[in-house]
Design a protein around this ligand. Sequence first.
Ligand code: HEM
Length: 399
Amino acid sequence: MSTPPWGRDFHADYDMNAVELNEHYDEVVDDLVRTCPVAHSPAGEGYYILNKYSDVQKAAQDWETFSSKDGFLPNRPEGMPYWYPVECDNPFHDALRAVLNPFVSPKAIAKHEPAIRQTVNDLIDEFIDAGVVEIVSQFANDVPGRVFCQVVAGMPAEDMPFLQRSFQAGLVGPVEERGGAMTRALEHIGRYLEQRQAEPPRGDIVDAVLNFEYPGYEFVDKAGTISQVTQGGIGTTGFVLAGALYHLAKHPDDRKRLVDDPSLLPVAIEEFLRFYASAPQLGRKTTKDIEVAGTTIPADTRVILSFGAASRDPEICPRPTEVDIGRSPNRHMAFGGGPHRCLGSHLARLNLRVGLEEFLRRIPDFEVPADFVPEYQVGVTRDMITLPLRFARDRAAVR
Ligand code: HEM
């Protein structure tokens, strides 16, 4: 194949950490999903990448063939701790999910809505008089971060920036620093769990994990569980929120539709989740030889499920390269599929709805500087690095 405009042959030389992916993610996955159902990476241990919606969906459901117990990362960085529930199989996986699910069901999280609204408005208050804001660091990451750490897991507010930095460094930072960053986050959470063990119970998700007993499930695994839930809680929603605000800054007609009728937000949010896929590529390991779209993948081989590519498959999504805020149905795989489907999808949707409702109510008119070009960081997760917005202060509303 001739070298594509992004300078790397991702069909045969895929690299989930490649700089080309930071700059050309959308074009690369759009090409893969149309022309290369199964890509390959020769990097390190080597791995395959499934791109088509039907193949990704099937593999995500078939956990006996596509196992999670050896982790979701190819070429696992040295010292990287294991995380549950994402890096385990049944029967343990189902037992752990049964402990966690009740704390993030639609009913359980609905009671957090007033606290989420207050958090969102507190953040907006901090920049509304300035007429400018850097969305990623002043809003988008802090909404899910504060909500998860303080409202759901009862952690001190001061813990959030450290954990946010550590998880980001651990997932998309320099590869050689990832294991250390994740270990520091795990140790920090371990100290929080020790402190919680010494306190009266609060009946929250942290107590539920501390009280969960299963053969071989030790204290360090409990810290790994709370680490993973916290990373999911604080790490992924921010990109969708930033992506949504970027789109709405660039498309005043879409913005006006949502400002005039916020009841359209839930449908629009599904499209932002699809397009700004923030956990786009997670791995499994095969337990036997398996054929996918004509490629035989041997047993004991790492396979990446490209949820990001699957959500842009023209076979399930007409005009997948366009953001259509009225798209319905919208069969995206932003939250994965099968038994490991995202634990926090209801919380993510609530954060996004309340975050956008309040932002659009108070700041209905905003724009990005004309010369702004977004930059991204891609690995297991995908982030926008900065998003500067300007808005008319005289049109901004008090809370
Ligand atoms: C827009 C926001 C989010 C996106 C796009 C997202 C995406 C995903 C994806 C794709 C998976 C599947 C992983 C796999 O199959 O290997 C997943 C799993 C998971 N997510 Fe999320 N997530 C989001 C928000 C959250 C939140 C808010 C939380 C915490 C409350 C969370 C916690 C988890 C956990 C614990 C798992 C592992 C589930 C399991 O293995 O059983 N996520 N997420």
